[in-house]
Design a protein around this ligand. Structure first.
Ligand SMILES: C[S@@+](CC[C@H](N)C(=O)[O-])C[C@H]1O[C@@H](n2cnc3c(N)ncnc32)[C@H](O)[C@@H]1O
Length: 229
């Protein structure tokens, strides 16, 4: 039996910092994928104005949302990623329009944001980098940043299905890679059942569940009224 511990978790965070430090040219524009094009129209169906972009990386999703008129705050553990996002924002502000977007460096498991008035949380390729217990903790903690009526928009990729690479596997199914380029990185494949259970237990009600071309699951969830504390 191999259980995740704090040292493993810290190695994962170290991996991300090192990975982002290697990036010399950040991506600030959205990938040309059908399901990405659906995000803005999907969000506009709901009364949403302010969005928290979890694990925002260098910020392409935050910029896409801010350009569509949402107020956006992006959070990522990597200082290098956040610096790239801030640099991108400076460039975008000068080139195009002044966006209502800000970036913070923090571990999203332990966010101390002063802003607690988000009506949506978006997570793209985020939960897959958390072990199961941490994912449950993350979702439970989210509520303190949300308005009573709030939504989650999540994209969950199918990952870690091949045995390529060197890794250890914890008993909750999370892998931690050991090969040089990914040393320390966590990857866990969340099944449909895992996602349904995690969000239900955290007090979010599923509004839609779509599987897109590449197998990723796109979920829209609403904070259940009975879970308001
Ligand atoms: C696969 S990237 C996805 C980035 C972005 N959401 C996107 O769609 O391009 C995963 C991101 O999660 C961030 N991350 C991993 N663990 C984190 C944590 N505990 N707190 C905040 N960010 C984290 C990494 O730094 C990285 O930017």
């Amino acid at each position: 039996m191999l259980q995740v511990n704090l040292e493993n978790y810290k190695m994962n965070l170290k991996f991300w910092e090192a990975a982002w430090q290697r990036v010399t040219k950040a991506v600030y524009t959205p990938p040309n994928l059908e399901y990405i094009k659906n995000i803005i129209p999907d969000l506009k169906k709901y009364p949403i104005t302010k969005i928290l972009d979890l694990a925002c990386g260098s910020g392409w999703l935050s910029f896409m949302l801010a350009k569509a008129g949402f107020k956006v705050r992006g959070v990522d553990t990597s200082e290098a990623a956040i610096n790239l996002a801030k640099k991108g924002n400076a460039e975008i502000e000068v080139r195009e329009q002044c966006l209502d977007v800000e970036f913070y460096c923090a571990d999203i498991l332990d966010m101390q944001l002063t802003e607690k008035d988000f009506d949506c949380v978006i997570m793209n390729a985020c939960l897959e980098h958390f072990d199961l217990a941490s994912a449950a903790q993350l979702l439970a903690n989210l509520k303190k940043h949300l308005k009573p009526q709030a939504y989650i928009y999540g994209v969950f990729d199918v990952v870690a299905t091949s045995n390529k690479g060197e890794f250890i596997c914890f008993d909750d199914g999370t892998r931690q890679y050991l090969d040089p380029m990914r040393k320390g990185m966590y990857l866990r494949n969340y099944s449909d059942e895992d996602l349904t259970r995690l969000f239900t237990e955290a007090g979010f009600k599923q509004l839609s569940y779509t599987t897109v071309d590449n197998g990723s699951r796109v979920l829209i969830l609403e904070r259940s009224l009975h879970s308001v504390q």
